[in-house]
Design a protein around this ligand. Structure first.
Ligand code: ACO
Length: 311
């Protein structure tokens, strides 16, 4: 049966078509997708924190409403992605446990602090901008539920990126102090945003297999250099600069080049030793415990409804 399953799977991948939850799939494919999708879900949920911290400090009612909507979108993305991950067989509670016990990874970027209102702009422009560059190709991921979830997620991320850009644009055209605040936020978020794409290609153990399986369509470095090219144009419109004087377009390779990133810092953050790892995890555990009554009430309601449907 596995032989027939494998043949069917290989054919689907070769045709660049889609694998669905009930289809046979190699154990490694299931495992790497569960890993990537759940890490992605955890990132969306942990990623609510830096911005949620600023909802009470947004400078106007309009900004507050926009920021609240954005943070809610991130929660929605997390729930979408947990649902997609569950179709691969691991229950949501188990995925939560992996996050809360510190076993599961989530994106390095969310372990950096948001210090000023301008950081809301830099997060929207750079962090959500990097997310879009990484996730648009994932709309074509070979696993159906993941690819379909990405379509909606990317549409919402585009709105998030524009709102971040607009925050920075307004600050940049404001007082000198406001412009300086915007520049400072861009300076702090630039390198961490580039690290979101993952380690360099020769240090990325999962990339090659994921590309053969049509999960990833481009390598980490390919997407990173594409992102650099994009933001180095946009930063001009902002009237700001990027904190890297080695950015240049290489005519020969047709690729953007940039200064080497501090990979030591990246691996420190992954090991839990970034500036905010402990705080982010503590807040998540607290929120999970505080939400226990909601989960219990929802389960009790579902059980009651199921019982009623039987009589
Ligand atoms: N932060 C934390 N961990 C990372 C990061 C990062 N920025 N980049 C790579 N890693 C981890 C990988 O998850 C992998 O860990 P594991 O093997 O222990 O599970 C390890 O470092 C080695 O990296 P790769 O072999 O390159 O891993 P992979 O092929 O999965 O590529 C990538 C990493 C690009 C992040 C991929 O998983 C991906 O595209 N994920 C979906 C997008 C996503 O998760 N975005 C979250 C942030 S965006 C947002 O939420 C707004």
């Amino acid at each position: 049966e596995d032989e027939a399953g494998q043949a069917y799977f290989d054919k689907i991948i070769a045709e660049d078509s889609r694998i669905e939850p009930a289809d046979w799939m190699p154990a490694g494919y299931r495992k790497t997708l569960t890993r990537q999708i759940s890490q992605h879900a955890h990132s969306e949920i942990i990623g609510m924190q830096p911005e949620a911290n600023f909802i009470t400090r947004a400078p106007s009612l309009k900004r507050k409403a926009i920021l609240m909507a954005k943070v809610q979108d991130e929660a929605g993305h997390g729930l979408y992605l947990y649902s997609a991950a569950e179709t691969l067989g691991t229950p949501r509670e188990e995925l939560f446990d992996q996050l809360l016990s510190g076993k599961a990874k989530y994106s390095s970027i969310f372990n950096y602090p948001a210090l000023t209102w301008a950081d809301m702009g830099a997060i929207g422009w750079l962090v959500d901008g990097a997310a879009i560059v990484n996730q648009v190709p994932l709309c074509r991921a070979s696993y159906g539920p993941y690819g379909r979830a990405m379509v909606r997620v990317c549409k919402e991320e585009s709105f998030h990126q524009r709102q971040g850009f607009e925050i920075l644009l307004e600050l940049s055209n404001g007082t000198p102090a406001q412009k300086q605040m915007a520049q400072d936020a861009v300076n702090r978020f630039y390198a961490p945003a580039l690290m979101m794409f993952g380690p360099n290609d020769d240090e990325s153990p999962n990339s090659q297999q994921s590309m053969r399986w049509n999960i990833k369509r481009f390598s980490n470095d390919e997407l990173r250099q594409r992102f650099v090219g994009m933001i180095q144009e946009q930063v001009k419109v902002l009237g700001l600069t990027l904190p890297d004087d080695e950015i240049r377009f290489n005519e020969e390779t047709g690729k953007w080049e940039y200064g080497e990133l501090d990979w030591n810092e990246f691996y420190e953050v992954l090991k839990g030793r970034g500036p905010c790892n402990a705080q982010r995890m503590e807040r998540r555990r607290e929120a999970h415990e505080n939400g226990a009554w909601v989960r219990e009430a929802a389960a009790a309601y579902a059980a009651k409804k199921a019982q009623k449907a039987q009589v």
